[in-house]
Design a protein around this ligand. Structure first.
Ligand code: SF4
Length: 431
């Protein structure tokens, strides 16, 4: 495909169906699962209840091979009833933790529904603890509470909490924002180096030593569409956002790199030399998986906030037709370039009213429904084929080398369904 606007106009000016009903989402604590693996000198201390501890444990349980870099400081009944001084207890908990784990350089106090209900002021606690443990340890806080959030907002809140304490710089630098698996980040850094960008820093960095700073000459590119608060926090520090489609698929990756190359005035020859071969590989890999996607319909329930860029990828690069693209929030400044590239036609909805949306999905009977875990099983039982949105955040899907895998994530459930129906057809014929 070309990265140009679709014939008939894109979806940026399409009317948005605003939904404000019941939501089916995970809370922002989920982000700790990928953030603690990325930031190797950080620790996430959730100030929450046993429910929060269970959520983290069950989400992360199968993935922990070393001592985890997260824990829950459990608020007991006495704390919730205001009978104990939760701040004193938190100070003791942090002292014990830092004594036992001298490798911790950044400590995040993560708020939860219970800590918010009792109005435990974690920003005050973070300031107090920073005074005690600086400069060795930096203590920050953010909310991972499930009230009115989506699970990807945890990463946004975490990164936004880091921005105000970043050192200032006057240097003209590119900051790439969004947690990527190390191997994908390395591929991206190598592409950026090859097209000619001299200094690139990543937020979050793997360690506090990475020297990230921000100032009026910083330009930043997002790798995830759910980073609205971080984007605003960086703009408050004077940095400028490079608006671009997200680097999903061959065309998305090329358009993302192209926006950065244009910002830095880099040569077309270097761009072509760095991107021609991986572009061709990505296009081949996508085309292979797209054989099972072309001509099929897809319906997105709002969940991860990746929905709009993914719908752009599936419609432009894989030949699918989007029926509805629901997203928890739509920030035009962030997903506008992806909306521009999407053929007009699908319902674009923001927020959730789960019953109404289920009715629309049942009426349309899409070939593939992308939704949260809670909706997938009931929809499968009704004969719809589903893809869990959360897998798209846990799986490496960005940039050229992952483009085929990304298309494969969507084609697999359809292929599986095809195989099951042909097998049951053969069994019936044999009976
Ligand atoms: S933060 Fe709220 S929604 Fe998340 S696990 Fe804790 S109580 Fe549940």
């Amino acid at each position: 495909m070309s990265a140009g606007a679709p014939v008939g106009g894109g979806c940026r000016s399409a009317p948005v169906l605003k939904e404000r009903g019941q939501r089916e989402v995970f809370c922002g604590l989920t982000g700790i699962i990928w953030l603690h693996r990325k930031m190797q000198d950080a620790f996430f201390l959730v100030v929450g209840s046993r429910t929060c501890a269970h959520l983290l444990q069950s989400a992360a349980g199968v993935m922990i091979f070393a001592e985890p870099r997260f824990a829950t400081a459990i608020l007991e009944e006495g704390d919730l009833a205001g009978l104990n001084d939760a701040h004193d207890e938190l100070d003791r908990e942090v002292a014990r933790l830092l004594e036992r784990r001298p490798d911790i350089r950044q400590l995040f106090l993560v708020g939860s529904c219970p800590s918010e209900v009792i109005k435990l002021d974690l920003s005050r606690a973070a300031e107090r603890l920073t005074e005690t443990y600086a400069p060795k340890v930096r203590v920050l806080n953010y909310s991972g509470s499930g009230i009115e959030t989506t699970f990807t907002q945890g990463e946004d809140a975490c990164l936004a909490s880091m921005v105000p304490v970043l050192p200032a710089t006057e240097a003209r630098e590119l900051l790439v924002v969004g947690a990527l698996p190390d191997v994908v980040e390395d591929q991206m850094l190598s592409l950026l180096r090859d097209i000619g960008v001299e200094t690139v820093r990543c937020l979050p960095a793997r360690s506090m030593e990475a020297g990230i700073a921000v100032g009026p000459n910083t330009v930043f590119a997002l790798t995830q569409p759910f980073l609205g608060d971080t984007c605003a926090a960086l703009e408050r520090r004077g940095a400028r956002h490079i608006a671009a489609p997200f680097p999903f698929g061959e065309a998305g990756t090329t358009a993302w790199l192209r926006a950065i190359a244009d910002e830095f005035g880099l040569s077309d020859a270097a761009f072509a030399a760095a991107t021609d071969a991986p572009r061709a590989r990505a296009a081949r890999a996508v085309a292979q998986a797209a054989e099972h996607l072309a001509g099929r319909t897809v319906f997105f329930f709002p969940d991860s906030q990746l929905e709009i860029p993914l719908a752009r990828f599936l419609t432009r690069e894989c030949g699918m037709t989007a029926l509805e693209v629901g997203s928890p929030f739509i920030h035009n400044a962030i997903v506008g370039p992806d909306l521009d590239l999407m053929e007009a036609g699908p319902v674009i909805s923001e927020g959730q009213d789960v019953d109404l949306q289920l009715e629309r999905a049942r009426a349309l009977r899409p070939d593939l429904t992308v939704c949260g875990l809670g909706l997938a099983n009931p929809l499968e039982a009704e004969g719809l084929t589903t893809k869990w949105a959360i897998e798209l955040v846990f799986t490496p899907v960005h940039f050229y080398e992952q483009a085929g895998d990304l298309a494969g994530l969507f084609s697999r459930p359809l292929r599986r369904k095809g195989l099951i129906s042909s097998l049951s057809g053969r069994l019936e014929a044999a009976e």
